[in-house]
Design a binder for this molecule. Sequence first.
Ligand SMILES: CC(=O)N[C@H]1[C@@H](OP(=O)(O)OP(=O)(O)OC[C@H]2O[C@@H](n3ccc(=O)[nH]c3=O)[C@H](O)[C@@H]2O)O[C@H](CO)[C@@H](O)[C@@H]1O
Length: 355
Amino acid sequence: MANAPIRLLIAASGTGGHLFPAIALAEQLPDYQIEWLGVPNRLERSLVPKQYPLNTIAVEGFQQGLGFSSLGILGKLVGSILQVRKLLKKGNFQGVFTTGGYIAGPAVIAARSLGLPVILHESNALPGKVTRFFGPWCDAVAVGFEVAAKYLPRAKTIYTNTPVRSPFLDSQIVPLDLPIPENVPLIVVFGGSQGAVAINKLVRSCATAWFDAGAWVVHLTGDNDPEVENLQHPQYIVLPFSDNMAGLLKRADLAISRSGAGSLTEMAVCGVPSILIPYPFAAEDHQTYNAEVFTSVGAAIAFKQSELSAEVLQSKVLYLLQSPQLADMAEKSKAIAVPDSAAKLAQLVRDLVEM
Ligand SMILES: CC(=O)N[C@H]1[C@@H](OP(=O)(O)OP(=O)(O)OC[C@H]2O[C@@H](n3ccc(=O)[nH]c3=O)[C@H](O)[C@@H]2O)O[C@H](CO)[C@@H](O)[C@@H]1O
């Protein structure tokens, strides 16, 4: 009789940065039976059920200090641990994989209390608080950037880089359903999975000079920008979100972006040079740490949002478009990619769950 498939619970919730690496891992485990753990009202609701059964729990983060609302959250945490325990037992799961964030707390505690293996993947250069706290409880913490290990001295860390979804790894060009001529320079502007209104505003105020220099711009604005219609030009394509980031980044000559770990990893895999503007309000300024990994090897140029004017951005892009520095940055970006990250992470999961 053939062995029953391994059952794995993936706890990944919130934004693209937490969900896409987990989806990339799941793609590498086609022989596993995978179910998802998330919350009712985040991106997993629309992304996950197409492929995997989604189980939801109510869980939130603690704000500073312990007030009445924190006590309520603590109550929910205890409740969610019990829910996850029940799910793990009833579903006969053999292991848990998580990408950190609030969902990881109950998932790690519930799994450990049942003696199940837990693998956590942390994509940021400065690991999040949940990873720093729960990392030592996990059988392994896979890190997206080598530097992250130094913030996790008590965890069993292993460097795998961050997995990207399969279209990024296909050698074939993913066709772009956009009317962009073949030989024009393309700038892709995006602000993580949710868009960045501040970057949108800056780009709109300097893009005309880039069009005059022959460049085209694909601008992914997110859906919270009330001014998206303020710029219109034949060389300017504006979309709230793209489902074909692999196609776009493989075609891009330059990206202007936040420095979320997922975006950076994908830019490296596609060999895209970038201008990075870390999100200034990210927890513990972790996007600045991410950006440093890329600027320190010459793959990107970073600006603090508060110090970046439209004039500086405009002239930096014009300079790069006609400078050999752009090709050099592209090479350096490609050089730090780890295209087999998803396969490495999947092997780590197999080693620990099937032990
Ligand atoms: C504000 C904030 O705290 N953001 C965090 C969040 O980022 P967030 O989820 O915004 O960003 P990431 O840069 O990690 O990932 C963005 C993902 O969204 C995808 N995408 C984006 C735009 C689009 O139109 N289509 C599309 O598919 C990208 O291809 C990428 O896979 O989680 C990351 C991983 O923990 C962190 O590094 C980021 O700092």
